[in-house]
Design a protein around this ligand. Structure first.
Ligand code: NDP
Length: 494
């Protein structure tokens, strides 16, 4: 290999293991040069303004929807998921892109703020300034939906973007850049760099103005540490151990149907997918019986032949195995499948009952088609167990009458009542977690605001006869300010 030839890595079809693409491992200097290019494009992108950017982004969304079949094929080839799932993922991502493009002007408009009585001679405005260049590091489980939650909002807010896709889905990342370049007629507003973890690390250290990461909590901590060296702000979207709470007054049939899909679809590789179910003892027999019979109907195999596909990342099989084996050795009961369901690269559905709360299957993200069901005496117990997790990404609540009361007590970023993961498809609401599930938000107005910083400008409209911010401040001014504050706030109780 010559010094000028970059090293490469292979991308594999997760079903067959065969090589489906070879991509360059971009070095630290390539990451730096990508960021420099994106920075050079930044001024023009900002100058376009909201309406100019909206035009480009809507043109891009049209290209994406026109070529959704091609996109779904590519996602399916790299991840092994059914093309129908890939299409759903792509359409949701396009919905977010269009919402961000259309909503940015309103959400990020200049705001006039009241200066208050003491500063009544001032005007005050707050503008929302794009950071400049945003680095995005994405995962492989939803290779278009997840990174586009950052890319779309960052671009709409007026930033340029350098994106490092997962090494398992580089083709989808590059396809996104190609299609963007068709709409924008230039490539430096949204640049994709391929490589392994080190390329991601180089992006963190490249001097980007903000970094948006999606992936494991473990890597998120490395990202936060690398970014801290340069005070680069970060948004971290990490894993979850999402609970489903099924109350005594739940519509059990629908709760089973949706929770099963949430747990098993995409081979369980969904950060906001169900991993734990707490079901009220009053309906648990009915719930478990139906859940088991429906789970047995799920088919697993290559795209086109089954409900879900293989584990995209081969090393995940080991994680799934360790969680199931730990749960079984501590007394959990497998009512559907078991260790024998793990037939790499596929894992058939595994349903566990009575899983000890301190076992790996309850404490760590399994990211496989495995669900733990534990029976509780009431929803207070379900809430306490849900909140005991170190994760706090999302949750789902099934109750006809008490959904909102239960949802309000859950320590997580998002809750669906009588549905599952539907918040991800509502572009106007923020997405993100608390605790080990990360911080910062994508999607919605908060997602747009997160890719800007507030810039305050106050201006003297007229001069007051007294001055408070001068060495010429008089005794009268001292008296006046105390008097005004006393009048305004001195009597307030509660
Ligand atoms: P990682 O968190 O390791 O990878 C996510 C992204 O970070 C990838 O693009 C990866 O690149 C990149 N990366 C890796 N190391 C670094 C680094 N030091 N600095 C910057 N970027 C880096 O996740 P994995 O793909 O290894 O999956 C591990 C686990 O993470 C899964 O088992 C699952 O539990 C969880 N996960 C959660 C997701 C979510 O949506 N919240 C999504 C995917 C995984 P590369 O791929 O090239 O290594």
């Amino acid at each position: 290999m010559s010094i000028n030839t970059p090293a490469t890595f292979d991308s594999h079809n997760p079903v067959t293991g065969g090589v489906i693409g070879v991509y360059p491992i971009l070095s630290e200097s390539s990451a730096l040069s990508a960021v420099a290019q994106a920075r050079a494009a930044s001024k023009d992108w900002q100058t376009l303004g909201f309406s100019g950017r909206k035009k480009v982004l809507l043109a891009w969304s049209k290209i994406l929807i026109d070529r959704v079949d091609e996109c779904a094929e590519l996602i399916s080839r790299e991840t092994g998921k059914p093309t129908s799932d890939a299409k759903l993922e792509a359409t949701l991502a396009i919905g977010h892109l269009a919402w961000a493009a259309r909503g940015a002007a309103e959400v990020l408009r200049t705001q006039h703020r009241r200066p208050g009585l003491i500063m009544a001679n001032m005007s005050a405005i707050v503008t929302h300034v794009p950071f400049g260049v945003i680095g995005v590091i994405g995962p492989w489980n939803y290779p278009i939906f997840t990174p586009m939650g950052s890319i779309s909002y960052a671009l709409a807010a007026g930033n340029t973007v350098v994106f490092k896709p997962s090494e398992f889905t580089p083709g989808v990342g590059l396809w996104l850049a190609e299609t963007f370049a068709e709409a924008a007629e230039r490539r430096d507003i949204f640049i994709v760099i391929t490589g392994l973890g080190d390329t991601g690390r180089a992006l963190c250290e490249s001097g980007v103005d903000k970094l948006a990461f999606t992936g494991s909590t473990k890597t998120a901590k490395k990202v936060a540490e690398a970014c801290a060296k340069t005070m680069t702000p970060v948004i971290l979207e990490c894993g979850g151990k999402d609970p489903v709470l099924v109350a005594a007054d739940a519509d059990v049939k629908t709760a089973v149907e949706y929770s099963l899909w949430s747990a098993m679809s995409n081979a369980g590789q969904t950060c906001i997918g169900a991993e734990r179910i707490y079901v009220d003892a009053k309906v648990s027999d009915k719930f478990i019986e139906l859940f088991v019979s429906e789970a047995k109907k799920i088919t697993v195999g290559a795209p086109g032949s089954a409900n879900y596909g293989p584990a995209t990342m081969p090393s995940q099989i080991q994680v799934i195995q360790s969680h199931v084996s730990d749960a079984l050795s501590r007394g959990a009961e497998a009512v559907v499948g078991g260790l024998e369901s793990i037939k790499a690269p596929f894992v058939e559905p595994i349903v566990l009952l009575n899983v000890p709360e301190d076992s790996l299957a309850m404490t760590d993200e399994t990211f496989g088609p495995v669900i733990a069901i534990n029976v509780v005496q009431n929803m207070d117990e379900a809430i306490a167990l849900s909140n005991a997790s170190r994760y706090g990404l999302a949750a789902s609540v099934w109750s006809k009458r008490h959904g909102e009361k239960i949802a309000a007590q859950l320590q997580c970023g998002m809750v669906s009542i009588n549905s599952t993961i539907s918040f991800a498809a509502i572009a106007s609401v923020p997405f993100g977690g608390v605790k080990d599930s990360g911080y910062g938000r994508i999607h919605g107005p908060e997602g747009l605001l997160g890719f800007t910083y507030p810039h305050t400008i106050v201006r003297t409209r007229f001069k007051l006869p007294v001055s408070f911010t001068s060495f010429k401040r008089s005794a009268f001014a001292d008296k006046l300010i105390v008097g005004i504050v006393k009048a305004l706030h001195g009597r307030s109780i509660g």
